[in-house]
Design a protein around this ligand. Structure first.
Ligand code: SF4
Length: 412
């Protein structure tokens, strides 16, 4: 009977999967084929990716206790997929003080966070010093917290304001207490797509220049991709190839995080003809292809539970992913169910979801050093969550965070 299952897999897909499992690099054309599979080929793809994940990372599923913090939602870049940005005089525009950001960090540390992830809109009134002063303000009270901050878009803006040479600027920022960089603002690294979805955002080559410079000074970053809008399989495969090439040179990426496009309430879907986000098939294919294509160069593949929802995230973790991302925290602690998935997933909930699929939860730091294994559910620590009904200081609605940052260890 099992032979019958295998007999339904097309020879070409079987050949690609065999090659990937035996350590041969998947080519861009092969990735395009894999990104289109359905039926028996789809199941073979996910099984192969799961086997590869087991070889690359074992059965542990990692997560990080972190908090997302957006310091301002004032932004004038105008990306068509963004429902987050506000103009300065909009009634719900905000610009958090350093004390407010310290207070948020205080709450996060009290709940066991090892990382805060900071991103914001591009406010032309801000200076490069502001970005560094945020780091210093947080580090002055919390010298041990890891700050994962500032997308290449923000770094492009702050760097131009500084007038410094790029590497000098990055080193100067690091002296302020910077830890790692979210590889966000990547969307699709193809200017034909970027010109449509975010015409004022940094171009592909500038994104690459900044990320390579970050790695060159010895800092690490994540890597991301946003799919499910106007791109096709060829754009996705080329984007993955670019990330793989950078990683071969620098080794600076800690992980890859595919981010499904959230289509509600933005111009890209409502007025520009984008697809209504990704299907389940695309979400799982994306994770599986990333595993097979990026190995052995990028071995941590993260699911975005905010975008996929916890149940589909579980599926992704059985189809090539090995990391659950972060707790994020930036949301009221209502835990109501509904169409949205919230922005807070407590560590005990992540551990439960991991155990439900027969795997072992492990807490990691931002750069994937394992801090604790949770082999025995009976010995799990007490929850550090606030009482039900209590709220963190932060936006009370779902999906108020920066689109790039949602659903990643940092927000990607
Ligand atoms: S995605 Fe970021 S850069 Fe683009 S408009 Fe939104 S806040 Fe601004």
């Amino acid at each position: 009977m099992l032979e019958r299952l295998n007999a339904n897999v097309s020879p070409e897909i079987a050949r690609i999967l065999d090659g990937a499992l035996s350590g041969r690099e998947v080519t861009t054309d092969e990735a395009i084929s894999l990104l289109r599979v359905q039926g028996a080929d789809f199941h073979a793809l996910t099984q192969a990716a799961d086997l590869a994940r087991q070889d690359d990372c074992g059965d542990d599923i990692s997560f990080v206790v972190n908090r997302n913090m957006n310091f301002t939602n004032v932004c004038y870049v105008g990306c068509s997929f963004c429902g987050f940005s506000r103009h300065r005089d909009d009634p719900d525009a905000y610009d958090h003080s350093f004390e407010k950001l310290r207070a948020k960090t205080r709450e996060a540390v009290a709940r066991g966070a090892t990382e805060v992830c900071i991103q914001g809109g591009i406010d032309p009134h801000k200076t490069h010093e502001h970005y560094r002063n945020i780091l210093k303000a947080i580090k002055s009270e919390f010298p041990d917290i890891h700050i994962h901050a500032y997308s290449p878009e923000e770094l492009d803006f702050a760097h131009k304001k500084s007038g410094m040479e790029l590497h000098d600027f990055l080193r100067w920022m690091r002296e302020g207490g910077w830890g790692t960089v979210p590889g966000t603002a990547a969307e699709i690294l193809d200017d034909s797509i970027r010109k449509v979805i975010s015409p004022r955002k940094l171009r592909r080559d500038r994104w690459v220049e900044i990320i390579r410079a970050v790695h060159a000074i010895g800092m690490r970053s994540t890597s991301t991709l946003m799919y499910g809008h106007i791109e096709n399989e060829s754009h996705v495969a080329n984007h993955l190839a670019l990330l793989r090439d950078i990683q071969k040179d620098t080794g600076g990426f800690t992980e890859f995080v595919p981010l499904g496009f959230i289509h509600e309430k933005n111009t890209l879907f409502n007025h520009m003809g984008a697809r209504a986000g990704s299907s389940m098939l695309e979400d799982i294919r994306m994770v599986a292809v990333a595993r097979l294509f990026l190995r052995p160069f990028i071995t941590n593949i993260q699911v975005s539970w905010v975008k996929m929802g916890p149940k589909l995230a579980q599926h992704g973790l059985m189809a090539g992913a090995n990391d659950f991302g972060g707790t994020l925290m930036e949301e009221s602690i209502s835990r109501e169910s509904g169409a949205d998935f919230g922005e807070n997933l407590p560590p005990e909930e992540i551990r439960r979801l991991v155990r439900e699929i027969g795997r072992v939860p492990v807490e990691r730091n931002t750069t994937y050093t394992i801090l604790r294994r949770f082999d025995d559910p009976e010995k799990d620590p007490e929850s550090k969550e606030p009482e039900r009904g209590a709220e963190l200081s932060g936006p009370a609605r779902f999906r108020t965070g920066h689109p790039a940052a949602r659903g990643t260890t940092a927000v990607a």
